[in-house]
Design a binder for this molecule. Structure first.
Ligand SMILES: [Zn+2]
Ligand SMILES: [Zn+2]
Length: 191
């Protein structure tokens, strides 16, 4: 709890807003989430001294993710940010050196059938216990998930495209890519 913040809320919101294009509600949420998450895992200098120790899983592809990206320096291209498309305002911050990990999820989740009240909490002033549920978690990372050179490259027997990073699926003796194994994809070939 004594790890100093790497900036004040105001400074960080400013930074995240610059990266995102404006200071919207998602940027405010993401800024506070990052401050809470990093503090729990003992990281105070994410883009300097601690930059090789940090990895983040985000559970949504929205403004909040931009704030986390701007403030942590974690990026998908650096393999330090993993995006899970769950549509949840949640993120897990991992200290790779100590294996400490904290999942931060926004409070005030909607009950089934409940509609949007339109009222937003003040992310600048409310204590974090009121804003978030924070849990200590464990994340099993494979060597293939870590930054560094690709550890595997295999062809899919069906489409022939190369699969990197251990993302192949085994079907009996056959190696398949994920879409071929599911027989579905996000696109359809036309023309
Ligand atoms: Zn936004
Ligand atoms: Zn394939």
């Amino acid at each position: 709890m004594n790890t100093p913040y790497f900036g004040t809320y105001e400074e960080l919101v400013e930074q995240a807003g610059k990266f995102h294009g404006d200071i919207c509600h998602g940027i405010r949420i993401g800024t506070r989430m990052t401050m809470s998450g990093l503090r729990r895992i003992g990281i105070s200098d994410p883009k300097g001294e601690d930059r090789k120790k940090l990895m983040v899983f985000v559970e949504i592809d929205r403004c909040t993710t931009d704030a986390i990206m701007a403030l942590t320096g974690c990026r998908p291209g650096k393999r330090t940010m993993k995006i899970r498309y769950y549509g949840k305002m949640a993120a897990t911050f991992i200290n790779l050196e100590t294996s400490q990990a904290a999942r931060v999820v926004i409070k005030g989740n909607r009950k089934p059938g409940e509609s949007d009240s339109g009222e937003q909490p003040d992310f600048a002033t409310l204590p974090e216990e009121e804003l978030f549920s924070i849990t200590k978690v464990e994340v099993a990372l494979r060597p293939e998930d870590l930054p560094g050179k690709p550890l595997s490259r295999l062809p899919c027997v069906k489409c022939g495209e190369t699969i990197m990073d251990g993302r192949e699926v085994k079907s009996g003796e056959q190696i398949l890519c994920i879409p071929c194994s599911l027989a579905t994809d996000y696109y359809r070939v036309v023309g």
